[in-house]
Design a protein around this ligand. Structure first.
Ligand code: RAM
Length: 366
């Protein structure tokens, strides 16, 4: 097994990518122009909102202090993202750390934000558990010239400078339905096992899943329930068990969370539903490998979480160094990932997800 973090970008022939040209084309607009200062004390700048301009030639400052605040610290996916971001900071002689709650509830991140502000970090990177609960404290941080980078799960655009999105949210949502539909012949009852009910990322993906399901080709595929495992392994395990009991005709489950899909696979692999109910979603190859090999799961998807953390780290450093302000069209260099352009609403997209199955899963180690 080799660790090949750049594979997603090279989209080798052996991989089935969900890419569309549109995903990567997003935000390819001219650089420069008037930009906005996210440090505005009005706190309403969002993705750039006042008068300072970016200096694209400003070098990355040395000794920057960054802090990653994940949804929760005991989520293996978040750990991979944050560790990669922390390692990236060494490349530009910065210091980075991870702090965070042990549960992904709406307000669990607030006290951490307040502490990081007191500690005078240059940037806080947050995977928001709730778009609104963290907004006030993040605004206060921005008023103190602390840059805010949301990654993985966004807050409201006016509460941060940038959002580093793992892939186009629309593409993630629609492709999950296509993936499941392809395995069940677009027919039968389906359910979603999500993370928390407030998670911005999952809720956005589910919105696109529901929209995708309105297309004529899915007229025989019926979403019967959206359940929430709260990104808690035990709760997710119980929720999937409950779903299967409550809906005996269920043909498929989409779990767009690494915690949910791993718990679901564990339950299904030891149950009478194995081979009868199709499970897919978003998972890490290392957590899902054994369930792919024992035929519990045929296919699932994800992006490279290491690249997400890496990109977020460089974005935070570029903001804190004045190279960018978060305005659409600005560009920054993200180390080995190359130049990136800020799209609409301060969004930067990492790249298309990969679909994993028996043929390629051993090529990945994360
Ligand atoms: C879980 C979290 C995270 C999400 C992944 C796919 O680890 O909910 O936010 O991006 O799954």
């Amino acid at each position: 097994m080799t660790d090949r973090p750049r594979t997603l970008w090279r989209t080798p022939r052996s991989l089935v990518t969900l890419a569309t040209a549109g995903v990567l084309a997003l935000g390819l607009v001219a650089c420069g122009g008037t930009t906005k200062d996210s440090a505005s004390s009005t706190g309403d700048a969002g993705a750039g909102g006042s008068t300072a301009s970016a200096d694209p030639n400003a070098p990355l400052k040395k000794g920057l202090k960054l802090a990653f605040l994940p949804k929760q610290i005991n989520n293996p996916y978040e750990t991979i993202v944050d560790n990669a971001g922390i390692a990236a900071a060494k490349e530009f002689s910065g210091e980075a750390k991870e702090v965070g709650p042990s549960d992904a509830s709406a307000s669990s991140q607030v006290s951490y934000i307040n502490t990081l502000v007191q500690q005078q970090h240059d940037a806080i990177l947050i995977a928001a558990n709730d778009p609104n609960a963290v907004c006030g404290p993040l605004q206060q941080a921005r008023a103190k010239n602390i840059k805010i980078v949301a990654y993985d799960s966004d807050t409201a655009p006016e509460c941060r400078d940038l959002f580093i999105n793992q892939a186009s949210s629309e593409e993630i949502g629609r492709s999950q339905v296509k993936l499941l539909g392809g395995m069940i012949g677009n027919k039968g009852e389906i359910a979603i096992l999500s993370a928390t009910a407030n998670a911005t990322n999952q809720n956005t993906w589910i919105k696109f899943m529901k929209d995708e399901l309105t297309k004529p080709e899915y007229k025989d595929m019926k979403l019967v329930k959206v359940a929430y495992g709260d990104d808690d392994d035990q709760k997710s395990f119980q929720e999937v068990q409950g779903l299967l009991q409550a809906y005996p005709n269920l043909k498929g489950i989409i779990s767009p969370t690494t915690v949910g899909i791993a718990a679901s696979a564990r339950y299904i692999s030891g149950s009478k539903y194995k081979g009868k109910v199709v499970l897919t979603g978003l998972g890490t190859p290392n957590q899902m490998r054994k369930f792919v090999k024992d035929d519990t799961v045929e296919k699932f998807a994800l992006w490279d979480p290491k690249n997400l953390g890496y990109l977020a780290s460089y974005a935070a450093a570029s903001l804190a160094s004045g190279q960018i302000t978060g305005a659409e069209g600005e560009k920054f260099k993200a180390g080995k990932l190359g130049e990136r352009t800020i799209g609409k609403s301060g969004e930067v997209i990492l790249g298309p997800p990969t679909v994993f199955d028996k043929s390629n899963i051993d090529e990945f180690n994360f």
